[in-house]
Write a protein of this length. Sequence first.
Length: 132
Amino acid sequence: GVALAHRLAGRRRRELAAHAQAQDTDGWKTLFATKADLKDYPKEQAELVEAEGDVPRAADLWTRASKIAEEQLADTARALADRTRAVPGLPTAETFDALARLCTVRGDHAAAVGWLQNRLAVLDPGAAAVVP
């Protein structure tokens, strides 16, 4: 499980480094190309762990991928998609707040309300959950 994920991650890093080195000899260019390629690393890890059935750990990785997409890549759509995949393993107020915020940024206020209703259901189990 985890050993496979680590092996695949190590192989991916080696492939990226080899590819970057083969593309140019300028160290700065190589460094930035590798960092750009590594933006997919958290998402790839989440997919591997999710495929192994470790839903809580996958949810944590999806949350991290979402934060990277939102804060470092300024990719709201990707952040929303990644955070949505965290819900089954991490249905917390923090997760629902992040989803509502991301929907609001995109102008999808109806979906934001749906995520806030889910948040209410987490805080008040008697309330009905609604998935947007």
